[in-house]
Ligand binder design. Structure first.
Ligand code: HEC
Length: 273
């Protein structure tokens, strides 16, 4: 009995080591919750040419050099050439710690996006962000000077999973019901989705960096419109905070955001998960 368990343990150890050595870092891909496939770095490098990149990285605030794979080519490899088709509206990029950035599909087909797997100047990566995180093994970057997080381009580090979704199905609590696509509330929703959702939730769906803006109370119920607009545009005037300024949002953009927030105050989920 004793001998047999030892033997079984040895077999398990060898099998485990074999798998790890063979695959190395990997990314998983899913369609609306269903696991589609997992691709190892080796498999991706075999199918997509490696690009040498040099550009100003806003996450570091300085020029950086990396080796990476064009995002659109990796998506095509994982999901097939029709990945931008009709069935899905967004893609969710989830990091190892659960941080999720949601991005519309049309942005992701643009040139400039790369999944980088190596910092060319710092073997083993240079720490990034206020928590000095290691961005590897996969870090999503954009080389265009306008392709920044505040414009809806995802920049997750420690990228683990890429998922195709239909927004309404995945985030029904964030999607405004019963408003036309041309309404101010809908315009506000689009801004929320692009600029706020990676940090804020509505009805507990969305980001967890900042507070839920709708539950248990909507911010529109305890803050005046003027105060909200001033705060959203320039939180740095009020507090030392991790919320970025949004000085490029126009008065009309802010009014639309408030319309969306007020609409959502009437679409509050009664039962809190
Ligand atoms: C990078 C993360 C981040 C982004 C992006 C972000 N926020 Fe925030 N926000 C925070 C954090 C953190 C707080 C919590 C407290 C603080 O530091 O002010 C906050 C607080 C708030 C508050 C609450 C103020 C109060 O005390 O009542 C409002 C309203 C708000 N954010 C709206 C927005 C809107 C609208 C957007 C998009 C235009 C946005 N935030 C984008 C992180 C973020």
């Amino acid at each position: 009995m004793r001998g047999r368990s030892w033997w079984a343990l040895l077999v398990i150890l060898f099998a485990g080591a074999g798998v790890a050595a063979e695959t190395g870092p990997a990314l998983s891909f899913a369609r609306a919750g269903a696991e589609a496939r997992t691709l190892s770095l080796q498999q991706m490098k075999a199918a997509v040419p490696v690009s040498e990149l040099a550009f100003f990285d806003p996450e570091y605030g300085k020029p950086k050099r990396y080796r990476g794979l064009a995002l659109a080519r990796v998506l095509e490899l994982a999901f097939g050439p029709g990945w931008q088709g009709q069935d899905y509206t967004e893609m969710i990029f989830t990091a190892q710690d659960g941080y999720a950035s949601v991005s519309t599909l049309e942005k992701l087909g643009e040139p400039g996006g790369y999944i980088v797997f190596e910092d060319s100047e710092h073997p083993g990566w240079e720490p990034v962000g206020r928590n000095h995180a290691n961005p590897g093994p996969f870090y999503l970057v954009w080389t265009g000077s306008e392709q920044r997080t505040q414009h809806g381009y995802p920049w997750p580090w420690q990228l683990a999973k890429i998922e195709l979704v239909r927004f309404q199905d995945r985030y029904p609590e964030v999607h405004p019901k019963g408003v036309g696509a041309a309404s101010p509330a809908y315009a506000g929703f689009l801004t929320f989705k692009e600029r706020c959702m990676r940090c804020h939730a509505m009805n507990q769906q969305g980001g967890k960096v900042g507070p839920d803006l709708n539950a248990p109370q909507s911010v529109t119920e305890y803050r005046s419109p003027a105060m909200l607009k001033a705060f959203i545009r320039q939180p740095s005037q009020f507090r030392y905070t991790h919320m970025p300024d949004h000085t490029d949002l126009s008065d009309a953009d802010l009014d639309n955001l408030l319309d969306y927030l007020r609409h959502m105050a009437n679409q509050r989920r009664q039962t809190v998960r």
